[in-house]
Design a protein around this ligand. Structure first.
Ligand code: A2P
Length: 284
């Protein structure tokens, strides 16, 4: 069921709740820009912030959260383990750095940013499992409320499914023109929720003629159409912006509904705005 507000939540397989739309911080420059963006988002209704160690802006995100005055327990914050820190000990160490960056005692959600892949590792399954053991221990020790993966495809996910604590979320690229339909379905079949990064298709989707046509039809912007389409697919969109007007405007997606016919037209769009990043071929 489509969420109705920024504070509406979905329930993860372990019962923990996640707000159904989040604020993205990828490419938000560290310092005042990232800090003010996060602060602006929280002051304008977001209660969910997505971050990552490799975005290199963790301390600014933490400072923005602190200055917003929003209580820690009232928000949901995600971070991700970077690729150089796979394996048990390094994962634990980087997680502790993430907490320090954010000035937190605990994290809501921690994700493996990219899977170890067969392209780069003879035994990628063992590497992912060892990293996952660290995530499991941090979760069981109470440092993290939920754990998951990012950019995992079926062959990366499968080996984790029968581990002691299975992943709860998979965060993948998801926007009109790149909806990874089978992966979304498979992730759900595994009992996980789907989060969508770059819901605006890195802005490339915003000028697509279909988006422009639908924006006019519904009296909204093309960014609204992209975000609303993700919401109606029950994917948690994570729009990023450092521009206050856009941060605020991107929240105005709960006052209209895209018809089933128009949803199908967007679903049928040709590939558009794909980042080019894929787990088995990216350079990591
Ligand atoms: P900026 O941060 O300068 O405001 P995606 O999430 O798909 O990767 O897209 C992020 C990009 O989209 C950023 O460059 C961001 O710019 C831009 N952006 C965010 N919201 C909007 C909007 N409502 N209209 C146009 N561009 C936007």
């Amino acid at each position: 069921m489509t969420i109705k507000s920024l504070t509406d939540k979905l329930t993860l397989r372990n019962g923990y709740q996640i707000p159904g739309m989040g604020f993205g911080t990828w490419h938000s420059p560290t310092g005042e820009i990232a800090e003010n963006a996060v602060r602006c988002a929280l002051e304008n209704g977001y209660i969910h912030v997505d971050s990552a160690k490799n975005y290199k802006n963790g301390p600014s995100v933490g400072e923005g959260i602190k200055k917003s005055g929003v209580k820690r327990e009232d928000i949901f914050v995600t971070s991700k383990l970077w690729n150089t820190e796979r394996s048990y000990d390094r994962a634990i160490k980087q997680f502790k750095e993430v907490l320090k960056d954010l000035q937190f005692e605990y994290l809501d959600l921690f994700l493996i940013h990219w899977p170890a892949s067969p392209t780069h590792y003879d035994d990628y399954v063992a590497v992912n499992k060892e990293t996952w053991r660290a995530f499991t221990d941090l979760y069981k020790d109470g440092y993290i409320r939920a754990i998951g993966t990012s950019n995992f495809w079926k062959h990366h996910l499968d080996p984790l499914l029968d581990m002691e604590v299975p992943p709860m979320v998979n965060q993948i690229e998801f926007h009109p023109g790149f909806m990874q339909k089978e992966l979304v379905q498979y992730t759900r079949d595994c009992g996980m929720l789907v989060e969508g990064w770059s819901p605006l298709g890195h802005r490339k989707v915003l000028n697509h003629p279909l988006m422009v046509e639908l924006a006019e039809k519904y009296g909204k912007t093309t960014a609204h159409i992209c975000i609303r389409w993700a919401l109606q697919h029950d994917v948690i969109p994570l729009p990023k912006s450092v521009t206050p007007e856009r941060i605020i405007d991107n929240t105005k997606v709960f006052d209209f509904e895209i018809s089933p016919e128009d949803m199908a037209r967007i679903d049928a769009m040709e590939e558009c705005g794909f980042s080019g990043l894929a787990p088995d071929t990216n350079p990591y």
